[in-house]
Design a protein. Structure first.
Length: 360
């Protein structure tokens, strides 16, 4: 416990639970003030606790993607006539007539305040979720995260780690290619410069991801021992039953007209079947761990911050509807409880230890 505050890399599972808690909180509201607060909280924590690894520089790409999502959502509202339902007209554009078989869709037309705000709120919610996921990718080492994946999901975890590291590899490859091309002369035209820049970046990122996959396979990641056919059939049946149970339970929970017998009981049955299948499949996967990541009180504190933020956002969505889903005709309200729930996610900037320096 004495070394909990020493410079080290926090457990990647703690960062992912914290980030998913913020993303869950963003999914429970369309209030732009709360969404901007959550995005700011994720950005501050990333700036304060981001390591100096190459994959940590990918956060800015997620921010750019989030901004692009917001702008695109608003432009779609303008393009497809979001003001057809009435409201305060801000810009009167001519409406382009469409065929009769295209019902409910308008091309251009009057642009109202309500339509723009609706597109802005929806885009902010999705953009905030993207920023939260980007924060997890910038803070958690994906290779170390693979060591925390359950034994039965190790093969799937290997594929996910390779997929997750693709974007950080793009950032590192872009930096290396830009530095290399700055040392040599080339085509000054924008099109030629883009062609000379884009192809090497994609090729280098794919090569590095494939090298990571090959290195994992060489070291025995996901290797499973032999199992009798009966055990494999039982494992497959349990996993399939768990998948069906979870799907039916989630659908029945979201659809209030479905019988309550198909909601919580089916969800619990599906989770139990899935866990049983994972435990049974994990018995035949053998692996060793060299210097496993410790789980100390900073990990628990970071994870608790994400869980508390998600729970407060869920409570706000159930008991303060006007705060969680504000109207389009007035300024969005904010209560101290909602603001405090968002600011709880800022505590990992202090609770988490400083990252371990790698580069000189």
């Amino acid at each position: 416990m004495s070394g909990a505050r020493l410079p080290r890399d926090l457990h990647p599972v703690a960062w992912w639970v914290w980030a998913l808690g913020l993303a869950t909180a963003a999914s429970f509201t369309t209030n732009p003030l709360l969404l901007l607060t959550l995005a700011g909280v994720a950005t501050v924590v990333v700036v304060a606790r981001r390591p100096d690894q190459p994959w940590a520089a990918s956060f800015r790409i997620y921010v750019v993607v989030a901004v692009w999502i917001v702008v695109t959502r608003v432009l779609f509202r303008v393009l497809f006539g979001g003001g057809s339902d009435g409201g305060w007209v801000l810009l009167a554009l001519p409406e382009i007539p469409l065929p009769g078989w295209v019902r409910g869709l308008h091309l251009l037309g009057p642009v109202t305040r309500e339509s723009l705000l609706a597109g802005l709120y929806d885009g902010l919610r999705l953009g905030t979720i993207v920023i939260c996921v980007g924060a997890a990718n910038a803070l958690a080492n994906p290779k170390r995260l693979l060591r925390s994946v359950p034994a039965a999901l190790h093969e799937v975890g290997t594929a996910l780690v390779v997929a997750v590291t693709m974007l950080p590899q793009l950032v590192e490859s872009a930096r290396r290619v830009r530095s290399a091309q700055a040392l040599r002369a080339g085509d000054p035209r924008r099109t030629g410069r883009l062609r000379r820049y884009l192809v090497p970046v994609l090729e280098d990122a794919l090569d590095r991801s494939f090298s990571l996959a090959a290195g994992m396979d060489t070291r025995g990641y996901g290797r499973s021992a032999g199992a009798p056919p009966a055990e494999r059939r039982l494992t497959g049946a349990l996993m399939l039953l768990g998948l069906c149970g979870v799907a039916v339970g989630v659908y029945a929970g979201l659809d209030h007209t479905a019988p309550r017998l198909l909601a919580t009981p089916m969800l619990v049955l599906g989770v139990l079947a899935a866990v049983s299948g994972l435990v049974l499949a994990g018995r035949r996967v053998g692996r060793t761990r060299y210097r496993p990541d410790p789980w100390l009180w900073p990990e628990a504190a970071v994870m608790a911050c994400g869980v508390v933020t998600a729970l407060v956002a869920w409570w706000i969505s159930q008991h303060q509807l006007l705060v969680a889903y504000p109207g389009l005709a007035s300024f969005p309200p904010v209560t101290p409880a909602a603001l405090a729930g968002c600011l709880v996610g800022l505590l990992p900037a202090v609770a988490a230890p400083e990252p371990r320096l790698v580069r000189a």
